[in-house]
Design a protein around this ligand. Structure first.
Ligand SMILES: NC(=O)c1ccc[n+]([C@@H]2O[C@H](COP(=O)([O-])OP(=O)(O)OC[C@H]3O[C@@H](n4cnc5c(N)ncnc54)[C@H](OP(=O)(O)O)[C@@H]3O)[C@@H](O)[C@H]2O)c1
Length: 298
C-alpha cells in the first residue's frame, strides 16, 4: 500500500518514519515549512489542488494525518490559522480520501474535553473544548465524520519524543539551567511517547484492522500531573533541580486547559488486541534516546 503521512516533519510524523523503516508499505512523508525535511514532499494540506495532486501522483491508499496547528497558546490569537489547518484542511483531506476510496487515519486530542469528568473519558463522551485549539480539533473530527470517507480518528494526549518541541525536552533543558522549577499539579492526564503511538498506527495498517473504522483513544497507560511528569524527568536525568507544585492560576496563560483529560482505552485494547506501555517505562526509553542523540551531536 501507499501511505501518505502528512506532518512528516513533526514529532509524530518523525516517530512513524523511525518505526516504519522496514515496513512492506511505501511511505510518502510531507512537510510544510520545516528546514529539516530530508526526502519529504512539500504539502500544505489546506490547498485542495496540492492535496489532490499528491494523492494522484503517489496513488495513495491510506492518509495518516499528523499535520496540524499544535501551538495551544498561540491559537488563542490565531484562530483563523488554527481552524484552517485543524478543520478546513482536514475536510479537504477527508474529501480526497473519500473520492479515491482511501482510508483517513486522523489524529485528534484530549483537549476536546473540558476536564469536568472525574473518570477517564470514553470515545462517546460529550466533547466541550475550552480553547481555540480544542475547538478547531473538534471541528476537524466533525468534518471527518461528515465526509463519508472511511476513517479512524485517534485521540491522543501529551505527546513527547526526542523530536521537536515538547514538555519533556523543555523540562530537561530547564532543569539543567535552573535550580528550581514551578510546575502545575492541578492538570492531570497521560503522557504519551510518540514512538508508542507510531507503533500503534503501523498496527492499524494491517488489512483486517483497516476495516475497523471509527473513533479510538490511544495514550500510554497511567495517570499523572504535569508536576509528576517534571519530577520524573528530573529523577531519570539526575538533574539536581527542585520541582515545586503550583496551581494553574499562578501561570499567566491565554488558553484554558482541562484539569482532567485522562482517556479510557478499553475500546482500542479490545478492538485491536494490543497492550499499551506504562508511561514511566516509555519515558525512560525516550530519555535514553534523547541522551544518545545529544551525545552523538556533541
Ligand atoms: N503535541 C501534543 O501534545 C499532542 C497532543 C494530542 C494530540 N496531538 C495531535 O497529534 C498530531 C501530531 O502532533 P505533533 O506533536 O507531532 O505536531 P508537531 O510536532 O507540532 O508537527 C506539526 C506538523 O504539522 C505540519 N503542518 C502544520 N500546518 C500544516 C499545513 N497547513 N499543511 C501541512 N502540514 C502542516 C508541520 O509541518 P512544518 O513543521 O514542516 O511546517 C509539522 O510537520 C496533531 O494533530 C496534534 O493536534 C498532539
Amino acid at each position: 500500500m501507499n501511505i501518505l503521512v502528512t506532518g512528516g516533519s513533526g514529532q509524530l510524523g518523525r516517530a512513524i518514519k523511525d518505526v516504519a523503516e522496514n515496513s512492506e508499505h511505501r511511505f510518502i512523508y510531507t512537510y510544510m515549512s520545516s528546514q529539516n525535511h530530508d526526502g519529504m514532499v512539500h504539502l500544505d494540506i489546506s490547498g485542495p489542488e496540492e492535496v489532490n495532486k499528491v494523492m494522484d501522483d503517489h496513488n495513495i491508499d491510506v492518509i495518516v494525518n499528523c499535520a496540524g496547528y499544535t501551538d495551544v497558546e498561540r491559537a488563542e490569537s490565531e484562530e483563523d490559522k488554527a481552524f484552517k489547518a485543524n478543520a478546513e484542511a482536514v475536510e479537504i483531506l477527508a474529501g480526497a480520501a473519500k473520492a479515491r476510496g482511501a482510508v483517513l487515519i486522523h489524529i485528534s486530542t484530549d483537549y476536546i474535553f473540558d476536564g469536568s469528568s472525574s473518570r477517564p473519558y470514553r470515545e462517546d463522551a460529550e466533547a466541550s473544548p475550552l480553547s481555540v485549539y480544542g475547538r478547531s480539533k473538534l471541528a476537524g473530527e466533525l468534518a471527518v465524520r461528515a465526509s463519508g470517507a472511511r476513517y479512524m480518528i485517534i485521540r491522543t494526549s501529551w505527546l513527547y519524543s526526542r523530536y521537536g518541541k515538547n514538555f519533556v525536552k523543555t523540562i530537561l533543558k530547564k532543569s539543567e539551567e535552573q535550580p528550581l522549577l514551578k510546575v502545575v499539579s492541578d492538570q492531570v492526564g497521560t503522557p504519551t511517547y510518540a514512538g508508542d503511538l507510531a507503533e500503534f498506527i503501523l498496527t492499524l495498517l494491517e488489512p483486517e484492522n483497516l476495516e475497523k473504522t471509527g473513533t479510538y483513544n490511544y495514550t500510554d497507560e497511567g495517570v499523572c500531573s504535569w508536576y509528576d511528569l517534571a519530577c520524573e524527568v528530573c529523577d531519570m536525568s539526575g538533574n539536581l533541580c527542585e520541582v515545586v507544585p503550583c496551581e494553574t492560576g499562578e501561570y499567566p496563560v491565554k488558553a484554558a486547559r482541562p484539569h482532567y483529560s485522562v482517556l479510557n482505552k478499553s475500546k482500542v485494547k479490545k478492538t485491536f488486541g494490543i497492550e499499551i506501555p506504562y508511561w514511566k517505562d516509555s519515558l525512560r526509553h525516550c530519555m535514553s534516546e534523547i541522551a544518545t542523540s545529544l551525545r552523538s551531536s556533541q
